[in-house]
Design a protein around this ligand. Sequence first.
Ligand SMILES: [Zn+2]
Length: 87
Amino acid sequence: MDCPKCGDDMTAGILMGGRDGVYWLSKEYRKKHAFAPVTKKAKEEAGMFAIRSGDGIFTPNEDFYVCKKCGLLTAELPYIKEAAESE
Ligand SMILES: [Zn+2]
């Protein structure tokens, strides 16, 4: 997906939540690793960053695209889509 602001390629990722907040990490990393990154090096590889702190949510299947140049996060959530032509 292209960034709506700068047109650069956005990075697909997932959201991961826990006791200490909600984080974004790249889908590429998630594909390769069974567990969330723990070490500083692994977090860098995953491009991991915190969305917010507080109670957690877990979104394993949705796509969250990020452009770190513009600070933009956009999500593709098929399940909230409303039918374009309903009856
Ligand atoms: Zn951008």
